[in-house]
Design a protein around this ligand. Structure first.
Ligand code: ATP
Ligand code: MG
Length: 420
């Protein structure tokens, strides 16, 4: 991508009224656009990050047998009435609207009900089970607080997976597999060492549900962390019984701030019974299907990474989710001839990187000073910065700097490509 053609521009000023660091930096870097509080559009650079995160999760979900779908944003009231969640005081995030006919509809804040109802068309016998489906979708939630930038949106991208299994054993096996898959996701995204499986209260059929909590001071949750056991307990479940069951004592638990980046939940047979999703077992008996639900907040993850890794100069992306791998910067020279030489070399490097399948943002802008280009590069946060200038060209080298490191070094272009 040529930066001269990127329609977004970086901004020096913080947007008015934006109190969160993640949104502030992402807006200034041209990754997102704020439409209103808690509602953000994703621009070319931002969308690339979202898509990278999605792809990692997609690979891990496919790997455990997930099949990708997209459900609808508009939902039927009657389904949510069947499970008592249409007028439930605990579901205080509904956006609702009315069709011209007068029929009330809801905007999807979650999808257990419609997916479970849909499964009645595809699932009859034990032979049809298990089924694991997932989607990436923009959820709509009328959140009360929307002060955490993209970490708490009124519109946000979620990955939600649903498992339909025949019995507890099958369910538990998959549930454990999801925990492993989630650990791999957070590892690949660069949050592995600070994301912990957290025990939370579970509802009526299981004692626990599980959250994945990432340590950060801007998190809205307080959790109790056992560092050596690599597990945590949510504030609500921190009872003597739970601690003894998990084999931990209060003195070993550290009270820390964290953000919930994912959670997994067992609905047991309850929803299937309410919505009428049954299968016939080998003996021909009708049995309710067991439902599990598994979320990850895609855009919340993106905001969390910004909060954790950004420095005073701007964003810092891990390579696995960076919008581009290399930021190639062509520095303007004083006289025309030198400028042409630099341009020619930079164009050649750009073409070579692309030919190797390496994603490059190429700062080919002629009207920017070196200072402006470096400041933009630091703000945008691409992992590798490569500078081509009159000075480096004279020595047949390039200047390479990693965004997360202080010192630049000199290298030949060929050697740099090898390194990548
Ligand atoms: P929270 O307690 O933070 O409100 P939740 O319990 O409502 O989260 P779920 O309904 O289980 O969360 O949603 C699954 C995942 O979606 C969460 O783990 C979180 O990562 C993400 N998520 C939930 N609400 C939001 C939001 N308003 N903005 C961005 N991501 C969200
Ligand atoms: Mg919530």
């Amino acid at each position: 991508m040529r930066q001269s053609q990127l329609f977004t521009k970086t901004r020096k000023d913080a947007p008015k009224g934006e109190v969160s660091k993640n949104a502030d930096l992402l807006i200034r870097g041209g990754f997102i656009h704020k439409e209103m509080a808690g509602v953000y559009a994703y621009l070319p650079l931002g969308l690339r990050v979202v898509e990278k995160i999605k792809q990692i999760i997609r690979e891990e979900m496919n790997n455990i047998g997930g099949q990708e779908i997209i459900m609808t944003a508009l939902q039927r009231k009657e389904l949510w009435e069947m499970t008592d969640r249409w007028d439930d005081a605990n579901v205080d995030v509904w956006f609702k609207a009315m069709l011209k006919s007068g029929t009330e509809v809801g905007f999807g804040w979650s999808h257990e009900e419609p997916i479970t109802d849909m499964m009645k068309h595809y699932l009859n016998s034990y032979r049809d089970l298990p089924i694991y489906v997932y989607q990436f979708q923009t959820k709509l939630r009328n959140e009360l607080r929307a002060k955490s930038g993209i970490m708490r949106g009124r519109e946000f991208v979620m990955k939600d997976m649903y498992s339909y299994t025949a019995n507890t054993e099958m369910h538990e096996k998959f549930y454990a597999g999801v925990i492993d898959a989630y650990h791999r996701v957070f590892e690949r995204i660069g949050l592995g060492d600070r994301t912990f499986l957290t025990f939370a209260s579970g509802g009526s059929f299981t004692q626990f549900s599980h959250e994945f909590q990432t340590l950060t001071d801007v998190g809205e949750d307080t959790i109790y962390l056992h560092r050596t056991k690599k597990l945590a307990i949510n504030q609500e479940v921190l009872t003597p019984e739970v601690m003894s069951q998990l084999g931990v004592s209060r003195e070993d638990l550290e009270e820390v701030r964290a953000v919930e980046v994912g959670n997994i939940f067992n609905f047991g047979e309850v929803k299937s019974k309410q919505l009428g999703l049954f299968y016939r077992d080998e003996q021909g008996n009708e049995k309710p299907v067991i439902l599990g639900s598994y979320g990850i907040g895609i855009t919340r993850l993106m905001g969390t990474i910004v909060e954790i890794l950004a420095d005073e100069k701007g964003l810092v992306w891990p390579e696995s989710i960076a919008p581009h791998k290399v930021h190639l910067i062509e520095l303007s020279a004083k006289d025309d001839a030198a400028r042409q030489t630099v341009k020619k070399a930079a164009e050649e490097y750009y073409a070579k990187l692309l030919a190797r399948g390496i994603e490059v943002l190429y700062d080919d802008r002629a009207d920017r000073s070196a200072g402006e280009k470096f400041a933009d590069s630091d703000l945008i946060g691409i992992p590798w910065r490569v500078v081509v200038s009159e000075k480096t060209l004279a020595q047949k080298i390039i200047e390479v700097k990693k965004r997360a490191e202080k010192e630049a070094r000199l290298s030949t272009f060929e050697h740099f490509i090898e390194e990548l």
